[in-house]
Design a protein around this ligand. Structure first.
Ligand SMILES: NC(=O)c1ccc[n+]([C@@H]2O[C@H](COP(=O)([O-])OP(=O)(O)OC[C@H]3O[C@@H](n4cnc5c(N)ncnc54)[C@H](OP(=O)(O)O)[C@@H]3O)[C@@H](O)[C@H]2O)c1
Length: 201
């Protein structure tokens, strides 16, 4: 398969890259890193990326961030960070990508644990995750030509433990292998409209 992987150089993206590159042609994409540079917050940049890559079989996106902070201190602008930096860029990859993906291809987006196991200050990220998980559930019904769409929703990665130290008290940390297998199932498996949670392993 020819697979476009947005954020392949990141903590989560690397798990998918390392798993899938063993068997497929994987084109890594980042704003500054990767085989191709694109900013998925910019629709023109998304279009230019698809024009450069041509037809493909699968797209994996492991990108995005939101605001962290208590609800009582949140403004609507801060809340929109989750929408603008995590939800819309990934949804736009699908909206633009449907015209370029081969029959039977797949889209895999990345959400995260916070909409099923909240932490203090995590409501913006939780809402973004919920939006993405809801999108794939319903978009799967509309997908033409046997195209599948799923999300992967990992717990905090072991490799990200230090970065999030103190924020996820009591949460499990998951291995690169466990997260990579979820991307494998989404890309190489048969299911659609699924949220593949990775809470253990
Ligand atoms: N880390 C965790 O434990 C964890 C757990 C659950 C869910 N998640 C979710 O997984 C996603 C990725 O997190 P991460 O920790 O892997 O982040 P990360 O380590 O910061 O990696 C982000 C990757 O995405 C690329 N990127 C960022 N913005 C981009 C843009 N606008 N256009 C194109 N590429 C872009 C970056 O490359 P460049 O710098 O070259 O742009 C980098 O390769 C996020 O949505 C996060 O919420 C993470």
């Amino acid at each position: 398969m020819k697979i476009i992987m947005i954020g392949a150089g990141g903590a989560v993206g690397k798990t998918a890259y390392d798993e899938l590159v063993q068997r497929h042609e994987v084109i890594a994409v980042g704003r500054n890193s990767g085989d191709i540079q694109a900013d998925i917050e910019d629709m023109d940049s998304i279009r230019a990326m698809y024009a450069k890559v041509g037809q493909f079989d699968a797209l994996v996106s492991a990108v995005g961030h939101g605001h962290f902070g208590p609800v009582m201190e949140m403004t609507s602008e801060l809340f929109m960070q989750g929408i603008n930096h995590k939800v819309l860029p990934q949804v736009n990859l699908v909206l633009e990508g449907v015209a370029h993906i081969n029959d039977g291809g797949s889209f895999t987006l990345t959400s995260g644990v916070l909409n099923r196991d909240p932490i203090r200050g995590g409501s913006c990220a939780a809402a973004a995750n919920g939006a993405l998980d809801g999108f794939v559930l319903s978009a799967a019904v509309d997908m033409p030509r046997g195209i599948r769409i799923n999300s992967v929703s990992p717990e905090v990665l072991e490799v990200s433990r230090e970065q999030y130290d103190g924020f996820f008290r009591g949460h499990n940390h998951v291995s690169n292998e466990a997260v990579g297998l979820a991307y494998s199932k989404s890309v190489e498996g048969c299911l659609t409209g699924q949220v593949f949670t990775v809470d253990h392993g």
